[in-house]
Design a protein around this ligand. Sequence first.
Ligand code: CA
Length: 227
Amino acid sequence: MKILVVEDEEKAAEYLRQGLTESGYTVEIALNGTDGLHAAANGDHDLVILDVNLPGIDGFAVLSALRTSKQTPVLMLTARGKTDDKLRGFDLGADDYLAKPFEFPELLARVRALLKRGQPVAADSSLKFGDLEIDPVRHRATRQGQRIDLTAKEFALLTLLAQKAGEVLSRTQIASLVWDIHFDSDSNVVEVAIRRLRAKVDDPFTQKLIHTVRGVGYVREHRQSAQ
Ligand code: CA
């Protein structure tokens, strides 16, 4: 998978190159809009990460010129809180948008989602875990064949826990991946959602799938009951 990063701040570009390379992607960097547009229009990238504030041709101009010839997925980066920029980006054909500064895991999650979007949907893309089955295409979760009614956020949360089965996820990670928010430690939005999810997914069943790692976060694992 080849990713083009168009970013004029060399430190930021290098940070992205390093993180994405470590995650297994091939990364090409362009340090200004002109080079970025040339590379994107003539290359065969699977994704373009495009900074908005670039000297010369800015990210919007690069995007609108690129869209006359190519539909490569574009993730735009810009300063936090600029809703107008976000709307303008989407109008011009951006596929996603991330405000700076961002946490790398959040960027990575969006990169993965965008790359997945371009792939044909597998015949059976459902996630299975013990007797729990999640069908991301139909937005449906079942346990022991019983349909579990979930809100969109609960479904996203369960899918995240399922995809990262066995990995401990912190509340901050969960909040940034599911709610797209960075909250202070006083917020209990994640605790509340986990409690609701457990009431639906775990409470009616003997085998519990969602576990709390005290002081750290949550993990989904299949624990064998004591013999
Ligand atoms: Ca910049």
